[in-house]
Design a protein around this ligand. Structure first.
Ligand SMILES: *Cc1c(COP(=O)(O)O)cnc(C)c1O
Length: 353
């Protein structure tokens, strides 16, 4: 019996989600964003499954993530590194065959001053004001890069989760105009939310991340996205409490009626947010079991009164999965699915199915 929290990773589902999102932009190629250890799902198994399914372009944030990914999938795929590269990364970039995304004019000058053979990408800022070369600097970019133009040009949507925001279409047309000058470059624009906005957001390569893992904004009706992981915690003990008793640190939760409680092995030390205390829930055999009291470092207590027959030490309660939608749990903890899955630590055993 393993009394550790575990995340069962559904690589087939992640591939199915990728295919479903890819079908929204059939004229382009669907890439896959696998930064932050494939959003906590495990970059090796996830990227290998996607690569086998035909994914040819991957995106990570750091050079080191790219190098680990290269080891996992071999040479036959493009790997782009969002946060760019310093001169000191050059050897690893070349060895691992990575494509750095250059995010500013100074970084581009620096990159081109040392080498003119390594392919690179350029990020154009169409409104995020975070990373990327601003529209007014594009003439200088063209000038600088004329001898060695970028292989990819990309931009990033500010508010793709909100389809009604007119900024989406404005960014799209700005990107279309700015990127048109780079005739040889492949164009990439849409994250998951962008893919959901329609095929005109697709350009040459899409960059879905969170949707592959079952989170993010609601997809269009034609697309079904399922959870990429099932996060489960084993029951350690079951106890019966009387009306008027309290649960856990700070005695924050007082029971109005007699209840049955289960204490499970999962806590903020595993990356499960403390802010889910008194708000989040687990599922036991499909029955909703609210978190009662605070989330401790290694433990959470849930009210299993509605699922007494299943509440036995060693049984697993679900905290993310088909019965507990990622974004629902995240919202109760005051966060988003992205933070919830990327925050899960190494104590959560990943099991690949
Ligand atoms: C993380 C990231 C993505 C993926 O976004 P999702 O919302 O997870 O689909 C795409 N593009 C860039 C530049 C990113 O940083």
């Amino acid at each position: 019996m393993s009394l550790h929290p575990r995340a069962r990773i559904h690589t087939d589902t992640i591939v199915a989600n990728w295919r479903a999102i890819a079908s929204l932009a059939p004229d382009g190629e669907a890439g896959a964003v696998v930064k932050a250890n494939a959003y906590g799902h495990g970059v090796g198994p996830v990227a290998r499954a996607l690569h086998q399914a035909g994914c040819k372009t991957f995106f990570v944030a750091y050079v080191e993530e790219g190098a680990a990914l290269r080891d996992a999938i071999g040479s036959a795929a493009d790997i782009l590194v969002f946060n760019g590269a310093e001169q000191e990364d050059r050897a690893l970039i070349q060895k691992a065959g990575l494509v750095p995304v250059i995010n500013s004019l100074p970084a581009l000058r620096d990159w081109l001053s040392h080498d003119d053979t390594v392919p690179y990408a350029v990020h154009l800022d169409t409104g995020m004001n975070r990373l990327g070369i601003r529209p007014e600097d594009v003439p200088e970019l063209m000038d600088l890069s004329s001898a060695h133009p970028p292989a990819h040009v990309m931009s990033h949507l500010v508010d793709s989760d909100v389809p009604s925001n007119p900024l989406n279409a404005r960014q799209r047309s700005e990107f279309r105009d700015l990127s048109a000058s780079f005739t040889a470059a492949r164009k990439s624009f849409a994250n998951t939310g962008g893919c959901y906005l329609g095929h005109t957001y697709g350009f040459d390569i899409t960059r879905p991340g969170i949707g592959l893992y079952g989170g993010g904004p609601t997809p269009p009706e034609t697309v079904t996205i399922r959870p990429g992981m099932t996060l489960e915690a084993p029951i350690l003990t079951v106890q019966h409490v009387a009306a008027g008793e309290t649960a856990g640190y700070g005695a924050e939760w007082t029971f109005a009626t007699p209840r049955t409680l289960a204490t499970v092995a999962l806590g903020y030390g595993d990356g499960f947010p403390r802010s889910a205390g008194n708000r989040g829930y687990a599922s036991l055999g499909g029955q909703r079991c609210p978190i009662v009291g605070r989330v401790s470092m290694d433990l959470i207590t849930i009210d299993v009164t509605s699922a007494q027959a299943l509440a036995k030490p060693g049984a697993f309660a679900q905290f993310i999965g088909a019965e507990v939608p990622l974004e629902d749990q995240a919202k109760r903890a005051g966060t988003v699915g992205y933070e919830l899955v990327t925050g899960l630590g190494d104590r959560v055993r990943r099991i690949y199915e």
